[in-house]
Design a protein around this ligand. Structure first.
Ligand SMILES: [Zn+2]
Length: 306
C-alpha cells in the first residue's frame, strides 16, 4: 500500500540585494519572512541577490549580513550568492532556447518605444553582437495565483508584460530567471517578500511552468513607503538600521507587520526581541495592504524606543 508523500517542510528565505545598508523597508521583509518560517516550524535561509554589479555598493553585502547577525537572525541553510550561480542559470537558459521557449532578441529600447517597451515580436532587422534572450509569452497567457496576504492576483502576462528578458544584452542575468532557478534549487516552499514584487510573480510562475519546476506559495508583505508614496529604497535617504541599537527599527518593522506594539516593550536586545516576537506573532494581524507610510511607524516606535 502506497502512502502519500510527506508534505514538504516549510522553507523560506530573505534575499536582499547589496545596493546599500539594510533599512526599515528590507527589515520588514526579513522579519516577516523569519516570523512566518518560525511559526510554521520551518527553516529560514539567506540569499544575496548580487546580480547587478553596476547597482551594487562595495561592502554593502557584508554590512547587511553583519547587521542581520547583530539583530539575532540566524539562517538554517547555506548562504548563497547569485553571482556564483551563473552555471545554473546558463543551463536553464540553454534548455529554454533548445525547446524554442526562449529566443535571442536584437531589439533596442527605441525599437520598442512604440509599444511602451512591451515586446510582442522583434522589430529590428539589425543584428547585435550580444542579443538579449527573452521568454516567448503567447497571446492569452494569463496567470493567476492566491497570495497569502494580497488575495487573488491575476495578470495577462502577454498583454501587460510581453516577452520578457532572461539574459540582458549586457550579458547580466535577469532577476526573474535567477530567482526562479534559486528558489527551486534551494527547495523553497514559501516566498515571503515585499509587495513591490507582486507584479513579478506571474512571470516567475510562467518560468517555473516552462522549466517544469514547482511553484511555491507566495505572500507579499506591505511595502513601507515615504511621504510621497515611494518605496523606501536603499539608494534613497532611508536611514540604515543601526546594528548597535536595533530595537527602534525592529519595533517599527513589528508595527509594519500589524503586530501589537506593547507586546515587546520589555526586550533589551535583538535576540530577545526575536525570541519574544516568534511566540507573540499573530499572522492574522498582517495588514492586507500593498503599502504602509513610514511616518505611521516611526511615531509609535519612537515612543517605545529605549
Ligand atoms: Zn526583439
Amino acid at each position: 500500500m502506497h502512502r502519500p508523500p510527506p508534505c514538504p517542510p516549510y522553507r523560506g528565505r530573505f534575499a536582499p540585494s547589496p545596493t546599500g545598508p539594510l533599512h526599515l523597508g528590507s527589515l520588514v521583509a526579513a522579519l516577516g519572512s523569519w516570523l512566518l518560517a518560525e511559526q510554521a516550524g520551518g527553516q529560514w535561509w539567506l540569499r544575496m541577490e548580487d546580480l547587478d554589479p553596476p547597482r551594487e555598493v562595495a561592502g554593502a553585502a557584508q554590512q547587511q549580513l553583519a547587521t542581520l547577525h547583530a539583530l539575532g537572525f540566524r539562517p538554517a541553510g547555506p548562504l548563497e550568492w547569485q553571482s556564483r550561480r551563473s552555471a545554473l542559470y546558463q543551463t536553464a537558459l540553454e534548455r529554454l532556447l533548445d525547446e524554442g521557449k526562449a529566443f535571442a532578441c536584437h531589439c533596442s529600447r527605441s525599437d520598442l518605444a512604440a509599444s511602451q517597451g512591451i515586446h510582442h515580436r522583434c522589430r529590428t532587422g539589425a543584428l547585435r553582437p550580444d542579443p538579449a534572450v527573452r521568454l516567448r509569452v503567447a497571446p492569452g497567457t494569463v496567470i493567476s495565483f492566491e497570495d497569502g496576504l494580497q488575495g487573488t492576483v491575476r495578470q495577462d502576462v502577454h498583454a501587460e508584460v510581453g516577452d520578457f528578458v532572461l539574459r540582458r544584452a549586457d550579458r547580466l542575468w535577469a532577476y526573474q530567471l535567477a530567482v526562479v532557478i534559486d528558489d527551486a534549487d534551494q527547495g523553497m516552499t514559501d516566498i515571503v517578500r515585499g509587495a513591490d514584487l507582486v507584479e513579478s510573480t506571474p512571470r516567475q510562475i510562467l518560468l517555473q511552468r516552462a522549466l517544469g519546476l514547482p511553484t511555491p506559495r507566495y505572500l507579499h508583505l506591505p511595502l513601507v513607503v515615504d511621504a510621497q508614496g515611494d518605496k523606501l529604497s536603499k539608494s534613497s535617504a532611508a536611514p540604515a538600521v543601526d546594528a548597535h541599537a536595533p530595537l527602534p527599527a525592529l519595533r517599527a518593522a513589528w508595527l509594519a507587520l500589524g503586530q501589537q506594539p506593547a507586546a515587546l516593550s520589555v526586550c533589551s536586545d535583538g535576540s530577545s526581541f526575536l525570541r519574544s516576537a516568534s511566540t507573540l506573532f499573530e499572522p492574522m494581524r498582517l495588514p492586507r495592504r500593498h503599502s504602509i507610510p513610514v511616518a505611521a511607524l516611526h511615531n509609535t516606535a519612537d515612543t517605545n524606543a529605549d
